[in-house]
Design a protein around this ligand. Structure first.
Ligand code: AMP
Length: 132
């Protein structure tokens, strides 16, 4: 598993190599720009979306800088399991257990605008299907 203790080293190395696209979420992880953080642990953090699409709209992101689902490698399996296990915990904490939607947009045509993997957690209103 990608352990949190390695995150800073990996990020630093990638930056030196110039291969890590810096996103606004990297700045949130680094504490360089403010965010309304609702949950954090060694591997991930969650904060309120700045442009909420529902009364509850939280973004859960790994600290590890992964661009999207397409960039995951087998070593990320435990990390992704941890993220998924954290979703219901955040839902509980937000008071929306059992009544929420999770979305992961991948690529421009998939609706992704920030290229740091994130799980949207939306709740607090009736969510229709299909999505737009
Ligand atoms: P996506 O379109 O799936 O890539 O989602 C990116 C989300 O990040 C959008 O819902 C934005 O509103 C949100 N967002 C962008 N910048 C920030 C920020 N500084 N703080 C919180 N949410 C942000």
């Amino acid at each position: 598993m990608f352990v949190g203790a390695d995150v800073k080293t990996v990020v630093a190395e990638h930056r030196v190599q110039g291969v890590l696209p810096l996103t606004i979420f990297t700045k949130i992880i680094d504490g360089k720009i403010p965010a309304d953080i609702v949950y954090e642990d060694e591997y991930c953090l969650a904060f309120r979306d700045v442009n909420p699409q529902a009364p509850t709209h939280v973004l859960l992101i790994p600290r590890k800088p992964v661009e999207s689902l397409d960039q995951l490698t087998p070593e990320d399996s435990a990390l992704m399991g941890h993220l998924m296990m954290t979703v219901p915990e955040i839902a509980r904490q937000q008071g929306v257990s059992g009544e929420y939607r999770t979305i992961i947009n991948t690529g421009e045509k998939g609706g992704q605008t920030v290229f740091h993997l994130h799980i949207h957690i939306l709740a607090g209103r009736a969510l229709t299907w299909p999505p737009g």
